[in-house]
Write a new protein. Sequence first.
Length: 136
Amino acid sequence: MQRVRELEAWSAPGYLLPPEYGKSLQVEVWDAGIPRDVFLELNFIPDETDSINLRQAISAGEYKHDEFRSFCELNGLIADLSIAESAAKFIEYSAGRPLAWIHLPESGNPLLLPKIVALMKTKGHLVVDDEKNIIV
């Protein structure tokens, strides 16, 4: 079994991307020569976890409920923390969202990571490690 370094591609804060964006990004990355088993898109499917995470973030002081309410009003969303779509989109806009897993084989091509980072940079995305330390 081969060891891999796990990274993630994230959107930058301040944007709302279409739910299916990860699929089209994955195809672009594969077409650019990145192996299919290295770049794996993540689906954007809001669920109860988004509501729980937002409630906890507001309780911890990371966000303010008034910011959430204003965001919802500006974007035609229901300003209710229990509405998963509203919570997920607010979190995405505020912190970005994961778009793909990046599984780099430790003994693989050392040029893959710089190529992925460059591709993500051209799209305005970030590559982060497991601890969310920004690489780009």
